[in-house]
Design a protein around this ligand. Sequence first.
Ligand code: SIN
Length: 348
Amino acid sequence: MVTKRPVLVGVVVASALALAACGGARSEGTATASGGAQKYTIKFSHVVAPSAPKGKAALKFKELAESKSGGRLEVQVFSNSELYGDKDEFQALQSNSAQMLAPSTAKFTTVAPEVQVLDLPFLFDKPEDIAKIAAPETKVGKAIFDNQKLAAKNMKPLGLWDAGLKHLSSNKPMKSPADLAGLKMRIQPSDVLKVQFQTWKANPTPMAFSEVYNAMQQGVVDGGENPWSNIESQKMHTVQKHITESGHGYLGYILVINNTFYNGLPDDLKKVVTDAAKESGDYNRQVAEEVNQESKKKIQAAGTTTIYTPTDAERKALKDAVVPAVWNQFKDLIGAEIIDELLKAQAS
Ligand code: SIN
């Protein structure tokens, strides 16, 4: 099949040219005079498709921030790693080349490792559990919203956005932990995810999101894990013969803004940003599951992939292999108290 990457490269080149055409002289994210009123530009960079739950929420944030500010805020959204990808987006945020990002919690591993609490396998059984367990006032929520390491790195968290629950994909059927043994599985760069797949005796291979489709197509990896929306919008299902609807882990994002940029905004625009973040977060949670189910239907209709829904016993066997074994290995990093509390909640 024709790969979709050339299209993406075209987008990247086009974007680079468009930026070059702007002269590159305008310092994005800083105030510019416009008819007497100060105007501020936010570059919001992310790595997924505009149709994915994060992509939709980013566009909603743009719509809300621009309208609530009466045009004093301009939000430029860059999707599909077209401006910055997994490898350079944090640096872009810190240098104020981008002002907002929404990386997955797994991508914060080196920045604030304790937010990997949300990567723990089988933390949630169903999407409805997410809002409860990760609410800002819970221990999990505090690990994100009161995180001193994020503050020290000049990042202000504005929200937790969902992609949804991840499922396993590969070119062979996967019903039990034994089926995963030896498979080379692409992971996000997270220690929790590495240990999860090692415990299943698979070979975890960290890789940037933008490289996953080609790696699957060329057999560099056997499979991976992602929610329906990412699998479908990145066309991974066209290069993966099997998906097991395991729902074995959560994929969620911390919406962050460069704190220096934020503090430089007038108070009314700070409120616009936080209100738009809150409302786009509510919107994200409303649509995420619906978007995932739509993507699942598109994958079914494409007919390229066999979708297997594990029985309760099969899902339990996958879970028992990693819970609490994987969780217990992260007590030092994430905090013994929080892990014990989460384990207790699982038992109840
Ligand atoms: C994302 O949803 O932002 C990327 C997920 C991944 O890297 O698998």
